[in-house]
Design a protein. Structure first.
Length: 76
């Protein structure tokens, strides 16, 4: 069952496009892009949540990321 977001797809896609544009502007290779996105996610989690909530949110984020990558893999 897909997860229903409280955010409009247009808004999400606009932000994604802008983030990708920044990475492309800096000619960021895959590893640098992932490092930047990972650090940004960690900064958001650390700045927005209490220390008690951080690990659980990070684990849910990681699980959602893995599920997203697996669901897009059509080569197998």
């Amino acid at each position: 069952m897909p997860i229903v977001s409280k955010y409009k797809n247009d808004k999400v896609e606009q932000i994604i496009d802008e983030v990708i544009d920044v990475l492309e502007k800096h000619d960021a290779p895959l590893d640098l892009g992932l490092m930047v996105l990972g650090n940004a996610a960690a900064n958001i989690i650390n700045a927005s949540l209490s220390p008690k909530q951080r690990q659980a949110v990070a684990e849910k984020f990681a699980k959602a990321l893995v599920a997203s990558v697996k669901s897009k893999d059509t080569s197998h």
